[in-house]
Design a protein around this ligand. Structure first.
Ligand code: ARG
Length: 400
């Protein structure tokens, strides 16, 4: 008896997920492996990947284009939450995992599989995101993670694959470990493992080096409707188009690089480089529009909600009761977050230089220092007396 009869495997076409196919069958007694590759806008050609799975022994090889859902159902929520893990990382990898888990579970149910599988090792966050998401969506499915158990080195993995007709990577494989999709690239390993070493320019693909960016600033206007970006320079864009165009325009000015030491859920500190031009500018612009359209108390309270939201998404709890409760709060706050933000892109910097909204709470009559001033200055005195009363009493008691 094997560990499972029929398995749906998350497939990328790389060595590890390819070796998972014969490994599941020959070592763990799985009878049938169905592979599923997700198109998240990573730019890989998917037909060769589909064929590679069949050559590696999959009984069925599926490709799912989920780009639209990725942006609408995962990225947009993160923008509304201004989600930046440890204040910097816009969760490009973390947001993709619950979506992949969802289509794995749907496929398993459709094909009558009794398990799902993935090629993650035991050191990362992604295994947590896959396992917890799958369990939340269908707690009856088994989860198999061969690479967490097989204990093979890179060379041993390649040699094992070759026994089953899986070709070794043709070119000397890159020293970096890269995860990419529409929302950006996550790059680690190689020389990046030394936190003191500057990242070599060769790792970047979505963002230009400052030496090659345009010598004139470029202005873009991003329009939001209820916290969701919908237009660029007044032109309506579908979600995928909007992200693609912004990645291009923003990356062209060298904006969107992050170099950080990050705390993984499994306790390890890792050095990660990210390129995420569109997401970074969208979050910056969205937060700015909130400053114009949310009341002070909602805005301040939301910061705490955003922090919790970001941590639970990073930590794999996308499909959790806390996440849906936070979503409800965030959605409520977005009802009036509509308007336009003007962004200046220049030499690695995105600056918000203007914002306007039909729902603006900014009152020129109150803010002005000019003659039109409507604010009742005399009212301030009583307010300050009451506001400062506890402090005044404390100071008296302390003998100040
Ligand atoms: N540290 C990031 C995260 O956990 C990205 C990990 C992606 N993998 C990679 N090969 N860089 O979301």
């Amino acid at each position: 008896m094997g560990r499972a009869k029929k398995v749906v495997l998350a497939y990328s076409g790389g060595v590890d997920t390819s070796v998972c196919i014969p490994y599941l069958k020959h070592e763990w007694g799985v009878e049938e492996v169905i592979t599923l590759a997700a198109d998240l806008g990573q730019g890989d050609e998917l037909e060769p990947i589909r064929e590679k799975a069949l050559k590696s022994g999959a009984s069925e090889s599926l490709v799912a284009d989920v780009k639209d859902s990725f942006v609408k159902d995962y990225a947009f929520g993160a923008i509304q939450a201004n989600a930046l893990y440890e204040n910097r990382y816009p969760l490009g990898t973390a947001l993709a995992r619950p979506l992949i888990a969802k289509i794995l579970v749907e496929t398993a149910e459709k094909y009558g599989a009794d398990a799902i599988a993935h090629g993650c090792t035991g050191k990362g966050n992604d295994q947590v995101r896959f396992d917890v998401s799958c369990a939340a969506l269908n707690p009856h499915l088994k989860i198999l993670a061969p690479a967490r158990e097989w204990g093979m080195s890179r060379e041993e993995t390649i040699a094992y694959g070759e026994k089953f007709g899986i070709p070794a990577p043709v070119k000397k494989s890159s020293p970096y470990s890269i995860d990419k999709n529409l929302l950006g690239r996550s790059i680690e390993a190689g020389v990046l493992e030394d936190p003191a070493a500057e990242p070599p320019e060769e790792i970047y693909q979505m963002t230009k080096a400052i030496a090659y960016t345009p010598n004139d600033p470029e202005y873009i206007e991003i329009g939001f409707n209820r916290g969701i970006p919908t237009t660029i320079n007044g032109i309506a864009k579908n979600p995928v188009e909007l992200i693609e165009q912004l990645n291009q325009v923003v990356g062209n000015h060298g904006i969107g690089r992050i170099d950080m030491i990050e705390n993984r859920l499994v306790g390890i500190k890792s050095r990660e480089i990210y390129e995420s031009p569109a997401m970074l500018v969208l979050i910056q612009a969205h937060r700015d529009l909130e400053s114009l359209t949310l009341t002070a108390d909602v805005s301040h309270y939301k910061r705490g909600i955003e922090e919790t939201y970001t941590q639970i998404v990073y930590n794999g709890l996308w499909y959790s009761p806390l996440k849906s409760a936070l979503d409800a709060f965030i959605q409520k706050t977005q009802e009036r977050v509509s308007g336009t933000v003007r962004v200046k892109l220049f030499k690695g910097n995105a600056s918000i230089v203007g914002r306007w909204s039909d729902n603006s709470l900014y009152s020129p009559d109150l803010a002005t220092y000019g003659a039109e001033d409507q604010f009742d200055h005399k009212a301030a005195e009583g307010f300050i007396y009451v506001w400062g009363l506890p402090t005044r009493i404390w100071a008296q008691q302390a003998g100040n």
